[in-house]
Design a protein around this ligand. Structure first.
Ligand code: GRF
Length: 215
């Protein structure tokens, strides 16, 4: 396998998805390396990157002098990604709405994870425990997680992988989130490895997973 895929991770939270990806890269389970981690807030994900010796950039979204507009902020994100020669952008709990310029710059090379079975329980405002509470309030019997390519509309890009997880009678948003998270970690690395092997083909709304041999 030639040069390893260089991943840029955008995150705004604790960073457990990032940690699993870094661990799998270090252990050779992924033909990739995390080249840079970028966040709009000081957060656990940046701490984890620093501990692993990976370049970590906090772009303070509250600094209106540096980032007077969303375009200015995303321009800085794009600069960092290009500076680190990122081939795949991985959103892992990144809570900022992105401009179409940033999304288009990585069309077909930017993935997101959502803690529900899209297209249900997705869209603006549907993040973290809000998602799991909505699943419970609706009375669903299964939930799960989804990895998809990012498009201009929140949580609407073509789906790469999904995993269904049962909802238990006495679930709360916290217990449901905790049951789904390990599947997220597993599924994200599976999707990244498929991308690294060149086995993902986007055909309109669908993502075809090509057999290993023909890649
Ligand atoms: C995950 O549940 C993910 O599905 C959602 O945000 C959470 C991030 O968790 N988009 P972590 O920061 O990776 O632990």
């Amino acid at each position: 396998m030639g040069d390893r895929l260089r991943i840029g991770v955008l995150a705004s939270g604790g960073g457990t998805n990032l940690q699993t990806i870094m661990d799998n890269c270090a252990a050779g389970r992924l033909d990739a390396e995390v080249a840079v981690v970028i966040s709009d807030v000081e957060c656990g994900a940046l701490e984890r990157a620093r501990t692993a010796g990976i370049p970590a950039h906090w772009l303070n979204r509250r600094c209106k002098q540096r980032f007077p507009t969303r375009e200015a902020f995303d321009g800085a994100v794009l600069e960092r990604l290009q500076e680190h020669e990122v081939g795949l952008v991985v959103l892992a709990g990144y809570l900022r709405m992105m401009t179409s310029e940033l999304v288009d710059s990585y069309a077909g090379r930017m993935m997101n994870i959502h803690p529900a079975l899209l297209p249900s329980f997705g869209g603006p405002g549907m993040w973290g425990h809000n998602v799991h509470q909505a699943v419970l309030d609706y009375g669903c019997k299964v939930s799960g997680c989804t990895i998809h390519f990012v498009s201009r509309d929140t949580d609407e890009g073509p789906i790469i992988l999904q995993r269904a997880v049962p909802v238990e009678e006495d679930d709360t948003a916290e217990t449901l989130a905790a049951r789904i998270l390990p599947y997220e970690h597993e599924l994200y690395s599976e999707a990244i490895q498929l991308f690294a092997e060149g086995r993902l083909k986007i055909e309109g709304r669908r993502v075809r997973i090509l057999p290993a041999a023909s890649a």
